[in-house]
Ligand binder design. Sequence first.
Ligand SMILES: [Zn+2]
Length: 346
Amino acid sequence: MRLLAHLLLTWEANFNNYQSCRARILLIIQSQFKRFPNPTSMPINCSLCQVEAIFLFDAKDLNRKISDETFSYYRCPKCQLAFLPQIPENLDDYYSGYYQFPTLETIAQTAAGERFKLEMVQQFKTAGKLLEIGPSIGVFCYQAKQAGFEVDAIEMSTDCCKFLSQEIGVNAVNSDNPPEAIKNMAAHDVIVLWHNIEHLPDPWACLEQVSQNLNPGGILVVAAPNPDSLGFRVLGSKWPHVDAPRHLNLIPLKTLVEYLEPLKLKPLMTTTNDPGAQYWNRFSWQIYLMNCFNYNGKNYSEKSRLEWIFWAAIGYIISLPLALLERRNLKGSAYTAIFKKETLTT
Ligand SMILES: [Zn+2]
């Protein structure tokens, strides 16, 4: 029986294919053997559904190697949220050296390469007040400002806020609690979270405040890692977008859409195949290889240029046939979803 339990769990942790019936079986097995790293022995509940979550896997900080600690992720059998329930007290340490501050010229060049982000927004809004939550060094803020939007930003890094206000020239609010920070801000026509929602301890509170802040007819853009992706199914805890312990919540697209509906936010567009998502597909295979073939304890960004180019090329070649699968049925590594706040008349 123990062997059967072990096989089932290994299978589940590696392939993450959570049909509710198998999830229930695993929950029963967990309750029988209690071999899971939950030091409190208290049930761990999904932050959205409040149902008991199932141990998913142990993950390490493979991307940045800040420590050798292990982080236990869980998954909700109902909404499929994959999450890290025990957030490390020293989470700030895992962002140490996270931000590099380039020249404005480099920002402009990067922004030109990521023009698809602005074009996605401009399909639905071309002017007005725009808020970016978690802009980091502000490449998108720069794009939006250049395009004529009046740009606000909420950013947890003090250094980034200084850079955003002094170099990019936008109004930056320094806060690690976006739902609280938004309460004090005027309404916006566009709110964007480009790969930020997975970093938030309480994404639900943030989305609720976003919904309240948006003007009727305003749009919300959420881009995030996709826990329904092929990469997550195949690579499990070693999928670079797990990015333990910085990624706290991997929200399935379906769950996001269902959560936002009663908040009067209707999806206008959902994709895992935009240029950003395609980049993250390649990135996941390339960084997986770099993390696997690591002989000197350095993280992938510290590899020699030659070594980096070699693994990036191998990862790129591997990603080509896999792209045929990733580009179908919302199986890409990341999704981008655009929602519209209901107008007063609808
Ligand atoms: Zn749930």
